[in-house]
Structures are given as structure tokens and as C-alpha cells.
Design a protein around this ligand. Sequence first.
Ligand code: PDD
Length: 285
Amino acid sequence: MPEIAFVNGVFMPLAEAVVSVEDRGFQFADGVYEVLASYGGRPFAQESHLHRLEHSLKALHIDLDLGAYGLEGIVREGMARSGFAETMVYIQITRGTAPRHHEFPAAGTQPTVVMTVKQLRRPAAERYEKGVKVVSTPDLRWKRCDIKSTSLLANILAKQQAAEAGAFEALLVDGQGRVTEGSSTSVFCVRQGALWTSPAGPHILPSITRGIVLELARELKLPVREEFCTLEQYQQADEVFLAGTTTEAMPVVRIDEHQVADGKPGPLTRQLRQAFLEYVARGDW
Ligand code: PDD
């Protein structure tokens, strides 16, 4: 089964895909991206992902009409061409190729549109059963984390710190001691009988999975608080879990040297993971 790429209107094997060294994505990380997964061969929550991509493009004044470009059909075609049962689709749109000057290039410069389609391998079942360890690290990102920018250095350094500590993820802690999110996931905790997660806004990515988990929690009549919690509150919470496109809802049982509650995935985390899997199985997304 082939790994597929799409570059500026043309499908090709991934190994053949190239862009110019003068692409502003390469020179400046002047671009945005999305990661979509499929279930049963269908792109999951595609409309929400494309809507967020539009938000990111607009925020950076990259002028591309995704509807007119036909991106939805391109994603579907990429999935079909790859033939994998479950795929991970990566879309990146940059401001295009132009001589390297910081200011925007000349009007009419075409954005670069790249998509790759690969086989999706979700985390092993054991991780969901036993839960994972995370570390904490300062949130060094810029002040517009709601834009899904390819400028991910702070996220990368945080994730590497986690990897070196044998941890699954790094929780990012801002200057006020508040946990914003994970380096590539949203984060939730259960405390005082409610489900807590950071509020939408410039401090976090408006995660699609986060939105679905909140919707499911409300359906289950769980009290929800979209408010920041400190690292200490996460460490002392009854339950903690991560959420993201490829991660789904992943229990956290250790933060740095602190065990979360009894060190086992908690009941609300299990309930929400189950609800998420049922939502996926319903297929009306
Ligand atoms: N990451 N927070 C950050 C900083 C992220 O990068 C991501 C996704 C999420 C979860 O968002 P969603 O539920 O929409 O996947 C939260 C993607 C998967 C990545 O960078 O690979």
C-alpha cells in the first residue's frame, strides 16, 4: 500500500514529493497545518478540521479559498489512493515560494499546498489500559497558540524532553504556573467532581478532540469547567487525561514524580473514552 503525497495539484508517491528551498514554509515556518485521522476509511470530523484550517489561514492572511480549491475532495481522493484501512492525513499550506524577505511576497504568489497520507498507527491498547506518564515543562510558545502554525520549535523541545524522560507527553506550564495543554494534545483533569480543561483562546489550540470530549461530557451530564488549573492541581487531581486526533482520550497516571490518584486510569476517563469510541462508531460525523 503506498504512502501518497499531493503537491500543488498533483498526486504522487511520497518519496517523489518535493518543494522549493525558497518555500516560505522551509525558510520561515510561514505556514499552517492540519492532522486528520480516518475511521473506517472516512475522514473523522473533516468539516471541523477544515474550518480550523480556514481560521489559521485567515489569521496569517494567507489567501486561499479551501472550498474553491476542492480540498475536501482531495483528502477523500488521497485516502482512497493510499488504500490503507486507517490513515493519517497531514495537510500543510504555506505562503508559497518567493525570494527570502521577511515581508509578504508579491501579490499573486501562490500558496504551497501539500498533503501526505500515511498509515495511522494508534497507541497500543496497553497504554489506554494502564495510562501513561507525562512530564511538565515551561510553555515557551508564542501568544497565538490558537493558530495551527508549522512553527513548532517549542512543542518539539517539550516533546523531546518527554521522550528523554521515557514519558508520553509534556504538559506545558505558563508563566503563572497554569497548565495550558500538552505539546501535541489537549489535557483534562477531574477534580471537585467536575471535568476541567483550559479555556479556548490564544493560549491553546482549539483541539477538535477537546471539543468532542466536552460535548460528550455535557451529554453525560458531567459538570464541565473550561478554566485553567495549575500544575499542582493537575498533580493532585482525581484523574488526568490527554486528548487528540491520534491519541483519542489517553489516561495519565504520573506527572513528573507525582502519581495521579491511585496510579490507575480513573472512572470518568474510562467513561469518556468509551463515549468517544461510541461516538466514532455511530459514524454521524
Ligand atoms: N496535534 N494541542 C496541540 C498543541 C496540538 O498540536 C494538537 C494536535 C492538539 C489536539 O488537537 P486535535 O484534537 O485537533 O488533534 C492539542 C497534532 C495531532 C499534531 O501536531 O500532530
